[in-house]
Design a protein around this ligand. Structure first.
Ligand SMILES: Cc1cc2nc3c(=O)[nH]c(=O)nc-3n(C[C@H](O)[C@H](O)[C@H](O)COP(=O)(O)OP(=O)(O)OC[C@H]3O[C@@H](n4cnc5c(N)ncnc54)[C@H](O)[C@@H]3O)c2cc1C
Length: 435
């Protein structure tokens, strides 16, 4: 049992003992990172009656979690490293603005991660990651549906499925083993063509000969708005926010210390590091070397009137998607393994937008806003969720392409770990020390 009341909400202050923060003894639980992972952890820990403070240098849901493609991709269980993908690499890398790019100067730094990524594609590892990911996705869906209800954010959910396209019979046939794998895990889909495909998305270029409709795929009205709404819920339950850059962390038997950029020190009984693509820098302070890289992704958000897109459209062969949002039409994706220092190359956003115009000939590409975000990625396509080597510290990062999808589940697993309860999933595959 969690320490919360029956409806999952935190007991009122009249009923509970004052928290450490309220007694002036420092934070109870500190979370570094106000992205969707940190926000969900804050919401679930606050529901459990814990006193939580989130530290972030930018704000709530202002970085990678603000501009993503908005998919609750619960059926996306295939690990990224697989033979089919690795076969595509030479073709993709040959196009500097294609679905995958590695700036040559970054290659030496990236090489160890790439080698691990390559190894993760071996059949034995691939199958293990697939089973783990499928279990995680079941929890992810259940936890998000519950959190949407408790936080009053369910109206932000769109349940109209996704449509993935193929330009040739050969491309379609190459996708079939992946669909068979998904079927094994009970994921529903239907291959479509001709009039049925046209009805699911009118105005599509005739270059696409087949498609796959996934009815259970969901998206949200806008990932930034959802994040802020979940945060408003956490705040109502008592969570606090401190706008600050964390310079360093320390931990010991009596708790953790956060050293802010201005030299101020903050104490907490437990610390959660949910700093997205920058988390490994803090983990290093605690003696954990975690091979976190960033898969930088790009997009352009057009006015909603740009085209009547019925549901999320997925152009896997070109590495991008088009998502209809409440706040516009988002066109983007792509992977640039370029680290956290290099400036963005918005030629990538433009290249995807040009393709989108070819794929949906009636699309108006004007008036867009370009964006780049850092997917925090581990080489085996699984996040790090577990205890640090140092006491009283937990890690929750490295969700790559799936951070929005898996954030409520991650929040629930972190809550269980912090409260010393048995989580519903085997966390061995996610342990920080697995590398
Ligand atoms: C183009 C693109 C499309 C995507 N589409 C999807 C999708 O459709 N569905 C999906 O599930 N996922 C998607 N993702 C992935 C998803 O966006 C990420 O996995 C997720 O946002 C990561 O969340 P996070 O909270 O770990 O990191 P972030 O959102 O990056 O949050 C981390 C926060 O930590 C803060 N921080 C870090 N270090 C410090 C420090 N030292 N001091 C203070 N603050 C610090 C940062 O300021 C930041 O606010 C996409 C990503 C991209 C780039």
């Amino acid at each position: 049992m969690h320490e919360n009341s029956e409806d999952g909400r935190r007991p009122s202050s009249a009923l509970r003992a004052p928290s450490r923060r309220e007694r002036g003894e420092g934070e109870d639980i500190a979370i570094i990172g106000g992205g969707i992972i940190g926000i969900c952890a804050a919401a679930l820990l606050s529901e459990a009656g814990r006193s939580v403070t989130v530290f972030d240098r930018t704000g709530i849901c202002e970085e990678t979690s603000s501009g993503n493609a908005a998919a609750f991709a619960f059926s996306d269980v295939l690990p990224l490293a697989h033979k089919g993908m690795i076969r595509q690499l030479p073709k993709w890398l040959a196009d500097p603005l294609g679905p995958l790019a590695i700036p040559p100067a970054y290659l030496p730094k990236l090489l160890p991660w790439l080698i691990r990524f390559w190894r993760a594609g071996a059949p034995k590892h691939y199958q293990a990651s697939l089973a783990t990911q499928a279990g995680m996705m079941k929890l992810a869906e259940a936890e998000w549906m519950r959190l949407l209800d408790r936080s009053g954010t369910r109206p932000m959910l769109r349940e109209d499925g996704s449509l993935e396209f193929y330009e040739s019979e050969a491309e379609f046939r190459a996708s079939l083993p992946g669909w068979a794998e998904r079927q094994r895990f009970g994921i529903g889909f239907r291959h479509v063509e001709g009039e049925e495909m046209a009805a699911l998305q009118p105005g599509l270029s005739p270059r696409f000969v087949k498609g796959t409709f996934v009815p259970g795929w969901k998206t949200v009205a806008d990932p930034k708005l959802l994040g802020k709404a979940v945060w408003a819920y956490a705040e109502k339950l008592g969570a606090g926010f401190e706008h600050a850059r964390v310079e360093r962390v320390e931990a010991g038997a009596n708790g953790a210390t956060i050293v802010l950029a201005d030299g101020t020190r903050r104490k907490a009984s437990k610390l959660v590091i949910a700093g997205g693509a920058w988390s490994h820098l803090l983990a290093k302070n605690l003696g954990d070397r975690i091979p976190l890289e960033t898969e930088r992704g790009y997009n352009t958000t057009l006015p909603a009137s740009a085209f009547d897109v019925k549901r999320q459209l997925i152009f896997s062969g070109h590495g991008f998607v088009i998502t209809p949002l409440q706040t516009g039409l988002r066109v983007g994706g792509a992977v640039e393994l370029g680290g956290i220092e290099r400036p963005p190359n918005f030629a990538r956003s433009k290249a995807m937008l040009e393709k989108a115009k070819r794929f949906l000939p009636g699309l108006d590409p004007s008036g867009g806003r370009e964006w780049m975000g850092y997917r925090p990625s581990l080489p085996d396509s699984l996040p790090v969720i577990g205890a640090a080597r140092a006491p009283n510290v937990y890690y929750a990062f490295g969700h790559g392409h799936l951070g929005l999808t898996q954030s409520a589940a991650t929040g629930s697993l972190i809550r269980d770990l912090v409260l010393g309860q048995t989580p519903p999933l085997d966390l061995i595959p996610f342990r920080p020390q697995r590398f």
